[in-house]
Design a protein around this ligand. Structure first.
Ligand SMILES: [Zn+2]
Length: 211
């Protein structure tokens, strides 16, 4: 099986939050995990669960600083977006900004570089519309219940950004609770973006310990 063949078929995960689900447990309003949640995202694409080969590749890319993995990871995200069918409805890609703390840690900006790779595949520009002011805590160090509060207000629109009417797709490597993606979508929608999707390499499962 090739890497691209291991991308999860679109009917096996929630189009709203990215959670893995059985084929009969989905409908347009989401899955059991997100049906009651207020989501600003219009849709979610992910290549697979944060496990196995996906987890291995993301770990090597980010923590092993193997920046050449941006191309294969970008192709995985492209394939996930095509599975969702909104690949023709994206005007620009918006990378999740990297905090200074993480930039020093990784020595590069993983999401921005990934967005460039996806943009090259889809022939869509990358616009760094969002800046991060600085989170109080690293999301990884917090339990799920405290994550939305930790990101509230830390993402700001770039002063020259004019996203009114634009159809955007946020790019990141991993989605855990979705708090970061949802908060960025909220900021972009408030600034007038018409639609905001998100696409990532991998999504952690609801029952997976957050690490
Ligand atoms: Zn869902």
């Amino acid at each position: 099986m090739t890497l691209l063949e291991s991308v999860t078929p679109p009917d096996r995960y929630c189009s709203r939050c990215g959670q893995s689900v059985g084929p009969y447990l989905l409908n347009a309003s989401g899955c059991a995990a997100c049906r009651d949640a207020r989501l600003y995202l219009d849709g979610m694409a992910r290549a697979g669960p944060y496990d196995g080969v996906f987890r291995e590749m993301v770990t090597k890319y980010k923590f092993g600083r193997d920046q050449h993995l941006d191309r294969p990871l970008g192709r995985l995200i492209k394939s996930a977006i095509e599975g969702r069918g909104w690949n023709g409805e994206i005007d620009a890609l918006v990378p999740v900004p990297t905090t200074w703390y993480n930039r020093l840690r990784y020595r590069f900006r993983p999401a921005a570089q990934l967005a460039r790779a996806v943009g090259g595949e889809l022939h869509v520009p990358v616009l760094p519309l969002i800046r991060v002011i600085g989170k109080k805590y690293n999301q990884m160090d917090l339990p799920a219940s405290l994550r939305p509060g930790n990101v509230r207000g830390v993402f700001k629109l770039h002063p020259r950004a004019r996203p009114a009417g634009a159809r955007l797709c946020i790019i990141d490597d991993v989605c855990t609770t979705g708090a970061t993606l949802n908060e960025i979508a909220r900021v972009l929608k408030k600034a007038g973006a018409a639609t905001v999707y998100a696409a990532v390499v991998a999504k952690t499962e609801a029952d997976q310990p957050i690490t």
